[in-house]
Design a binder for this molecule. Structure first.
Ligand SMILES: C[S@@+](CC[C@H](N)C(=O)[O-])C[C@H]1O[C@@H](n2cnc3c(N)ncnc32)[C@H](O)[C@@H]1O
Length: 1016
């Protein structure tokens, strides 16, 4: 057997440069996202948005370490086995999910001896067992009155054989994988057990002998770098990259400027990645703290009533004095408390005190519920009725908004002071408890708790006052001890809002007395243990005045989003990335919150990380050690102001934290955060990536992920890496999320995976006109090679590996590979190029090369059945329509494909020719669906050949005289006879690809007429 030779692969390319199962990774990445709370790392806090999918990280790490062997098809097959994407793994994943019922298998599969696998019970009286025994599948067990189930003790292998057959009846990977558990949900020892013999045989020549991913990764590291590979991530955020790399068996170096990011990364590695024994210890420590807090709350009696009922949630609203009547009016956009139980708050005028008493009515009529939907805050106004008269005052007026001489807006809200924790009596906005959700004493110990909503009683007010008194007496001391925040809110994009709309100037103002008291108790009792801090972070998201009360009806079935489903609940703060304040908010009680504080990740299945891991709170350019593979997801044009919104957490966690957090800088260091996309951003990025390049070996690899927007992003990013001394070696496109998550409507977010290596030392110069032919050649070679692999894989597995987006992306990468191999293009050097301020509208050498690459790639992506001459004659929107028509005919309907190709073909507004822009059901307008306006001469498609053909086809569909139609076309198209071959080819293409038989017939007729028309 060959021995493992350190550095044997030192100069070998990485498999990911040429092969990557991008479509499958996209599908699995989106499924991981959709798992919501089931995602491995969200247990530590769902407030961190934009975590990269673990499956994507896994695919990148493996693809970076594996070498190509000269047999791309086999390499891909093994790569997919290592990711559990292959046919056999899908069967194991589907079986783990119990995806198929025995009766469905019997209905679908051809089995000569089905009772080898299944057994039956006769339901129908006229059936005879003996007869049934001789049946062969397929048959419909239900129809025959049989109940069927698996044979007892049937080996998994036999079940798997049937599962494989069932999966093969489905058309493609997404439809199969959708029935499966995600790979990380299975125990890796079992899921991957069958693959190692094949993997070892495939890499036998290298001396690979592995029985787990960790062993394989270590051996590949030795072959490439002489040791177990070390993965670095200097923008580690929520920790996906370090966590997955460690889980796969890499050593890990992680850093982020932001201590909250570092805390989450540390938690991922050391809590989620802890051994079962460590996890048991952690859980025990947490439970002890939770019990102590609970005992103290219970002893104080602040969450119980005299009947032993215990509060689940407290509902608060603001209150303000109406300038017209002088009455104190409660403020809320809706007075509906529960849509499932028809509970509403009713405002009862109290003339003696010039205010409203609030009663709670349960089980009210639908009409009453509807009426309560009309709150006292409507369209930015205080709006209420008294003695039959309606009063309306803009909230802006109540606040006293004004613009000063410099045009700066301000208002007359009092700015709260350092020890304030509730409004003062003269404040414009008061806060008032108006309803309590109680859990009945009887059901407190039951799993299914019974709750009811009630108005606030005198005893409740007394309990409120007790909590306020405790806080008032201690807040100063708590702040000094660092147990409650004393940090001022710094103005900023998100942080201005609480100041402007409530007068809150310190972070603790975002919490009421109950919340301050509970958080103090938890922190005081858990400040010694790291999990105490992580748990408090997760809990704070659910426990602040920024948690709106939400209710959704039983039937809504809405999952996720603000309401969290069909229920009555306080929302959480970071349901989006803003610090929104509300007129009505709700307070979860300790009973509910302590559950959130106790971190309970799903039981570990191979999560344990046993390699060396380090986490630092430092800037990306201040790297401490070298790494062999840097995988980063930098904050490009980031919509998320991590540096601001995490101050919400930092304020609570920063003082006297336990080890190892005590060595960190507990400040958001806003000034050092890389942000935006301007000159400062580029300078920060060049510094960061130069440092990374300097901290990696000569054969080190770099993978950078960024959002795919347009070619100007490419130009920026490539300029940065070019200046940092890195050379592009590959690129892939992954559809990571549909942006309902980002709340931007129907829009699919794509991520570019850019692979880079270190450029060889020394100067290398060339000129633009020399480089362009090389670019075209490299792009063509790359695409041809991929098309070749596509054809092979399609032949053997029925599905291609790459789609057009992959091909196009690889085309860009090939072009940039050529460019970034040089240090100078003409008199332009890489660094000055990247750092030079960008002028609007200016095109650069990188833009030109990206453009060349796009054109070279696009000219090779001729739709099946279209002549190259037609393709070259058709530009822009015509190419777009024809290309997408071709894609639609093979069933593609993903909006991001349309988005990407619209950009690639420079379409001005592709939405005009789209019938649907739904994320997964996008489609072009069919020939019949174009309106006359869509086809007018001022539209984008109207004046083109294709536009004219669509008009002609519509006329034929309206049964106009074919000769007249042809004459009209003849007159409408300039230089008609010269254009005729292109017109014929396009109309033939439409005939072959239109889903409508009528359009096909019209297109065939038009084609025949066009071909037969004689020269005048
Ligand atoms: C897009 S996020 C990374 C998300 C991460 N990959 C994940 O899966 O959660 C970018 C990160 O860069 C960090 N960051 C911004 N400027 C930085 C700098 N100058 N040095 C280090 N980290 C920085 C932010 O704090 C943020 O956590």
């Amino acid at each position: 057997m060959t021995a493992l030779t350190p550095f044997a692969l030192q100069h070998a390319p990485a498999l990911i440069e040429s092969v990557f199962p991008a479509q499958k990774v996209s599908f699995e990445a989106q499924r991981e996202r959709k798992a919501g709370a089931g995602q491995t790392l969200t247990a530590l806090g769902s407030y961190w948005k934009g975590r990269k999918p673990l499956i994507l990280v896994r695919a990148i790490v493996l693809g970076s370490l594996l070498p190509p062997t000269g047999n791309a098809e086999q390499d891909l097959a093994v790569y997919e086995q290592l990711l559990a994407f292959d046919r056999d793994a899908l069967a194991r994943r589907a079986l783990a999910n119990n995806a198929f019922k025995p009766k469905d298998m019997l209905k679908t599969l051809t089995l000569s001896e089905p009772w080898q696998y299944f057994t039956y019970t006769l339901k129908a009286p006229d059936l005879i067992a003996g007869q049934v025994d001789s049946w062969a599948a397929p048959f419909d067990a239900d129809q025959h009155g049989l109940t069927v189930r698996w044979q007892k003790n049937l080996a998994d292998d036999e079940k798997l054989a049937l599962y494989t057959q069932m999966l093969q009846t489905l058309p493609d990977y997404p439809s199969r994988a959708a029935l499966c558990k995600r790979p990380e949900e299975l125990d890796p020892a079992e899921l991957y057990a069958p693959i190692w013999a094949t993997v070892n045989a495939h890499y036998q020549h290298l001396g690979i002998n592995a029985h787990s991913h960790q062993q394989l990764v270590e051996q590949l590291g030795i072959l490439r770098f002489g040791h177990r590979p070390k993965v670095g991530d200097t923008f580690c955020g929520g920790g996906s990259i370090p966590f997955e790399a460690a889980r796969l068996g890499c050593d890990v170096y992680a850093s982020d400027l932001n201590p909250i990011a570092c805390m989450l990364t540390w938690g991922a590695l050391n809590i989620i990645g802890a051994s079962p024994e460590q996890r048991a210890e952690i859980a025990q420590a947490q439970r002890a703290v939770a019990a102590a807090v609970d005992a103290e709350i219970t002893a104080l009696g602040i969450e119980h009533d005299s009947d032993g009922n215990r509060a689940k949630a407290y509902l608060y609203c603001l209150e303000t004095r109406c300038p017209e009547t002088g009455w104190l009016v409660p403020l809320s956009p809706s007075w509906v408390i529960s849509k499932t139980r028809n509970v509403v708050a009713q405002l009862i005028p109290n003339p003696a005190r010039q205010c409203f008493d609030i009663e709670i009515a349960s089980g009210v009529s639908a009409a009453a519920l509807q009426q309560a939907e009309q709150g006292t805050v409507q369209n930015g106004n205080l709006s209420y009725s008294l003695n039959g008269k309606t009063y309306q005052t803009p909230i802006k007026t109540l606040r006293g908004d004004y613009k000063d001489a410099n045009g700066v807006t301000g208002n007359r809200l009092r700015l709260w002071g350092k020890h304030d924790f509730k409004p003062q009596p003269e404040d414009i906005f008061q806060e008032r408890l108006y309803c309590i959700q109680w859990i009945t004493a009887d059901s407190l110990d039951k799993k299914q708790k019974e709750t009811f909503f009630a108005a606030v009683t005198e005893a409740d007010w007394a309990r409120e006052r007790l909590v306020e008194q405790i806080v008032a007496e201690h807040i100063e001391a708590w702040q000094q001890q660092g147990l409650v925040p004393d940090m001022a809110i710094e103005p900023g994009y998100n942080t201005d809002q609480p100041m402007r709309e409530r007068g809150w100037t310190y972070w603790h103002h975002l919490f009421n007395a109950r919340q301050l008291h509970l958080h103090y108790l938890i922190k005081e009792k858990s400040n010694e243990i790291p999990i105490g801090l992580i748990g408090l972070g997760a809990m704070l998201d659910y426990s602040s005045k920024l948690c709106q009360w939400t209710t959704s009806p039983k039937s809504s079935g809405k999952v996720g989003g603000r309401t969290g489903g069909a229920s009555d609940n306080p929302a959480h703060v970071f349901y989006n990335q803003a610090l929104n304040v509300f007129f009505n908010y709700a307070n979860r009680t300790s009973l509910d919150l302590l559950e959130k504080w106790v971190i309970s990740p799903t039981e570990p299945t191979g999560n344990q990380s046993v390699t060396n891991t380090e986490v630092f709170t430092i800037t990306a350019n201040d790297i401490k050690t070298t790494a062999d593979l840097f995988i980063t997801d930098p904050p490009y044009a980031d919509a998320v102001h991590y540096h601001e919104i995490t101050e919400f957490f930092i304020a609570w966690l920063r003082k006297n934290p336990p080890a190892p957090f005590d060595e960190w800088i507990w400040d958001s260091r806003r000034a050092l955060a890389i942000k935006g996309s301007g000159d400062g951003f580029r300078r920060g990025m060049v510094a960061a990536y130069t440092a990374m390049a300097q901290h990696s070996p000569d054969n080190g690899l770099h993978c950078v992920m960024f959002t795919h927007q347009d070619t100007s992003v490419w130009s920026d990013m490539v300029g940065i890496f070019w200046a940092a001394g890195l050379q592009v070696i590959g690129a892939w496109y992954i559809a990571t999320e549909t942006t309902s998550e980002l709340k931007k409507g129907s829009y699919v977010q794509g991520t570019v995976i850019l692979m880079l290596g270190k450029r060889a030392a020394g100067e290398k110069r060339t000129f633009k006109n020399r480089i362009l032919p090389l670019v075209r050649k490299e792009v063509a070679a790359q695409i041809q090679q991929m098309l070749h692999l596509n054809a092979d894989v399609k032949n053997s597995l029925g599905e291609p590996v790459f789609n057009d987006a992959d091909l196009q992306m690889a085309g860009y990468a090939a072009a940039l590979k050529v460019l970034t191999a040089y240090t100078h293009i003409g008199d332009e050097d890489a660094t000055s190029f990247a750092l030079r301020p960008k002028q609007k509208g200016q095109t650069t050498v990188v833009d030109d090369i990206v453009q060349q690459a796009a054109e070279a790639a696009n000219s090779l992506l001729i739709p099946d059945g279209l002549q190259p001459d037609t393709w070259h004659a058709a530009q822009g929107i015509q190419r777009f329509y024809l290309r997408m028509m071709d894609m639609e005919s093979s069933g593609a309907a993903k909006l991001d494909n349309y988005q990407n190709f619209a950009k690639a073909f420079h379409v001005q507004d592709y939405s005009k020719i789209m019938a649907s822009m739904a994320a997964n059901q996008a489609r072009l307008k069919s020939i019949e669906e174009f309106s006359p306006r869509d086809l007018s001469d001022s539209s984008e498609i109207g004046p083109t050949y294709l536009g004219k053909l669509i008009i002609a086809l519509q006329q034929l569909l309206q049964e106009q005289d074919p000769q007249g139609v042809l004459d009209y076309l003849n007159a409408d198209v300039a230089d008609f006879m010269a254009a005729r071959p292109v017109l014929v080819d396009m109309v033939n293409f439409i005939a072959a690809n239109s889903p409508s038989a009528k359009v096909q017939a019209a297109a065939e007729l038009l084609s025949a007429r066009l071909r037969n028309q004689r020269l005048a």
